[in-house]
Ligand binder design. Structure first.
Ligand code: KG4
Ligand code: ZN
Length: 338
């Protein structure tokens, strides 16, 4: 390894302050994530102003720790680039990471590379599975996005469909909050569903057989109506039935996309890819269809900076460095090359 094969990644788009050092876009040398879950829990959701301030307080420590754990002593000499998420996300949070990355880039005289957070999630699976074969279908399901992507290689994406209203993670979070399961909602609902009956309630599977777009707002409303009508319904049963409805739709569409595209397999990405039922159902569907299922580790599903460094390494090689005038783009979309 040459001394300049390392990229420092910085991620502050939502409520995780993260930094990581990745070698050649492939080997994670360190990955540090400081979660703000405890900070936002009392409000039942992410409070943007608090998130921005917490990033500011934590970023220096997280970056220092990532460099130390990776054994980087002289960043100016050892780093090839500083990669940072510049969108999509909360503008105040993005700006903290971006300003920090620019300062480091200037001080160390190391190139800056802006990274699209959605593209970073797509790189998460590649980091753990360099043996992936193209084309692939990636189901990117997070708190802010639900996108079905055809991936022909790094940077070569076709967006097949996306949510028309709520993101899958948003639906999890809202339903969990309604059921009093606490925050963050996705993991809490996942746990509650373990002991519930997924067939207790027949919740709607919107657009199940139609195209590749998703809709989850009707499902959320249906949960509320059902609980109003059956106030003594078991929370575990409602959670299990809701989770089954979400997984059914996600897996049915992803599976159809894999067949249509002629993909080698299905890859999951984003925070909701940590969901136990989705992982099980996707694996079973892929096994039945004779295609591969690529499931990133739980740490690689949720927000982290290793995926940012990996995407940054690749972007640097194709597009070169970003200007220091790079701004935060809160509603940045995935580049669709179709
Ligand atoms: O990718 P991510 O960490 O942040 C965004 O970019 O949005 O995803 C966070 C989302 C949240 O909505 C959270 O509730 C959901 O992922 N999530 C889960 C699980 N773990 C995290 N949803 C369902 N089941 C889980 N086990
Ligand atoms: Zn994310």
């Amino acid at each position: 390894m040459g001394p300049t094969d390392l990229v420092l990644g910085i991620e502050t788009s939502c409520d995780e302050t993260a930094a990581a050092v990745v070698e050649r876009g492939a080997v994670v040398r360190s990955s540090v994530v400081s979660s703000q879950v405890a900070l936002h829990a009392q409000y039942g959701g992410v409070v943007p102003e608090l998130a921005g301030r917490a990033h500011l307080e934590r970023l220096t420590g997280v970056v220092t720790e990532a460099l130390a754990r990776a054994g980087v002593v002289e960043p100016a000499r050892e780093l090839r680039a500083v990669a940072v998420t510049y969108g999509p996300g909360l503008v105040g949070s993005l700006l903290v990471g971006l300003s920090g990355a620019k300062a480091l880039s200037m001080a160390w005289e190391v190139p800056l590379v802006g990274v699209n957070h959605l593209e970073a999630h797509l790189f998460a699976a590649l980091l753990e599975r360099p043996d992936l074969r193209w084309p692939l279908v990636v189901l990117l399901v997070s708190g802010g996005h639900t996108i079905l992507v055809r991936m022909d290689g790094p940077g070569r994406y076709g967006v097949l469909g996306q949510t028309l209203d709520d993101a899958a993670g948003e639906a999890y979070d809202k339903v969990a909050r309604y059921l009093g399961l606490g925050y963050p909602g996705g993991p809490a609902l996942d746990r509650a569903a373990e002991n519930g009956d997924p067939d207790a309630f027949a919740f709607p599977r919107a657009l199940l057989a139609e195209g590749y777009d998703f809709s989850f707002s009707g499902l959320k409303t249906s949960v509320v109506r059902t609980v109003e009508r059956h106030p003594d319904a078991s929370t575990e049963d409602v959670a299990a039935s809701f989770q089954q409805a979400v997984a059914d739709v996600l897996v049915a569409k992803a599976r159809r996309a894999v067949a249509d595209v002629g993909a080698s397999g299905l890859c999951l990405a984003g925070g909701v890819a940590a969901n136990s039922l989705l992982r099980r159902a996707a694996t079973e569907a892929c096994t039945a269809d004779g295609v591969a299922a690529y499931l990133p580790s739980l740490a690689m599903c949720t927000d982290n900076a290793a995926m940012v460094a990996a995407a940054g390494w690749w972007r640097l090689s194709t597009d070169g460095p970003s200007p220091l005038s790079l701004g935060a783009v809160p509603n940045l979309a995935l580049p669709d090359l179709r």
